[in-house]
Design a protein around this ligand. Structure first.
Ligand code: AMP
Ligand code: MN
Ligand code: MN
Ligand code: MN
Length: 275
């Protein structure tokens, strides 16, 4: 089995349409693909159809933006029922907050002489899709304000930089509860990306597990080999299942393409053991 249980499409801040993403996954040897767009399930229907056409298994997912002790953390939901009212309502609230934050980011950038950033990001997001910082980053690159999205984050969008706007996302326990209401498994995404101390990580994992969280994303396209091993150990000691996902956003933007992840470590119990 070659699963990839974390990937983005144009329904959030990915660069490929849901159908193109799934087709790319299939062509690269992925046989179980989850679409996990930020805070929206808009792309799931088209992705599911594309997976059926390509003859691979599809897992409907979502990646919910959450707040835990002032940190932004992401919770992936796997096998969610996108029609569930609790999940739908929760995601709608998160997207409303996102829209307000996007306008504030536009105002903050205007104060340092970069005008039109909200409108530019809105245009890149397309239609009435949600706006992520990735859209701002792409717009600023296109405007020549930086040479890569990475540089835009470093210079403008992270705490301490002029375009950073602090934001309260869904409380972590709520994000887990919405996923469970929709019949899904809650996975703490890319734990290696959180700026927490080792004791902070222990507290985060304990809180996540005690709130009913199911799994830890042990293998991530954003993790080093050492981080994968560290989090395999944490999954074991906290009794969490282990998940794997590239967090693919697009061919030119993501360091790890679909179908190129290392295997899950022996000794961990994969999320799919419960499917
Ligand atoms: P948001 O949820 O709107 O705060 O945006 C977070 C998204 O921005 C992530 O899902 C990535 O797609 C992107 N992102 C975050 N940090 C970076 C970075 N350092 N370089 C490039 N993209 C990033
Ligand atoms: Mn993203
Ligand atoms: Mn994420
Ligand atoms: Mn992601």
């Amino acid at each position: 089995m070659t699963p990839d249980l974390h990937a983005h499409s144009t329904a959030s801040d990915g660069l490929l349409t849901p159908a193109a993403l799934v087709a790319r996954a299939a062509s690269r040897g992925v046989d179980v693909i989850a679409l996990t767009d930020h805070d929206d399930t808009l792309g799931l229907a088209a992705a599911g159809q594309a997976a059926a056409a390509a003859g691979i298994r599809f897992v409907p997912g979502v990646e919910i933006s959450a707040t835990w002790e002032r940190h932004t953390v992401h919770v992936v939901g796997l096998h969610v029922d996108a029609t569930d009212a609790v999940l739908t309502q929760g995601l709608m609230q998160v997207r409303a907050g996102r829209e307000t934050r996007a306008r504030h980011i536009g105002q903050a950038l205007a104060r340092v002489g970069i005008g039109g950033a909200y409108e530019g990001a809105r245009e890149l997001a397309g239609g009435d899709h949600l706006i992520s910082r990735a859209h701002f980053a792409r717009y600023l690159v296109a405007q020549g304000k930086a040479s890569s999205t990475r540089d835009v984050f470093r210079s403008y969008l992270v705490p301490g930089k002029p375009g950073h706007v602090p934001h309260a996302w869904a409380p972590l326990v709520d994000a887990i509860a919405w996923i469970h209401a929709a019949g899904g498994q809650a996975v703490l995404a890319h734990p290696g990306r959180y700026a927490v101390t080792p004791t902070g990580m222990q507290r985060l994992l304990a809180t996540f597990r005690d709130a009913g969280g199911d799994a830890l994303e042990v293998i991530s396209g954003t993790h080093t080999r050492t981080e994968c091993e560290t989090f395999a150990g944490h999954a074991r000691s906290f009794g969490l299942l282990a998940s794997t996902g590239s967090d693919f956003h697009g061919p030119d933007e993501s360091p790890h393409d679909l179908g190129s992840l290392p295997a899950l470590m022996p000794g961990t119990t994969p999320v799919w053991a419960r499917w």
